[in-house]
Write a protein of this length. Sequence first.
Length: 166
Amino acid sequence: MEGSKLMKLFENSLKDIYWAEKALVKALTKMARKASSEELVEAIESHLTETEEQVEQVEKVFNLIGKKAVGKKCDAMVGLITEAEGLMEEAEEGAMRDAAIIAAAQKVEHYEISSYGTLSAYSRSLGMDDVTVLLEKILNEERKADETLSGIALTTINIRPTQKIA
């Protein structure tokens, strides 16, 4: 692929994830308020702080490529947030809602993992080493957030009662 075309694709993808991260700051705040598990609330609030820092990191990427930090509405994130809001409203308060929040949050994390993985690959192909380092840092944070949510689900939220087999 021609470098200028790949750069354009990179820039468009960067605008998309920038908008998504900013929208996610608001969504994570709502998720933390709706969660009942203290461990889940702490994980969401921790990732909220991390997400705010990621917005700043993406702004640094824009700066490194000599572009103004502007977002482009991310239809995927709109859909994921809308789904999360619906799940939180429909789910019974307590463990059921916490399970729904984890499911919704992990869908978001998987989208972000995919986006940052792609952006990292593009920046590497374009020879933008400083940009790649920033994007891979964010990618690793998203992977860690996903692992944390899985851990909470498996150890706190999705615990099955012991079943006796007759």
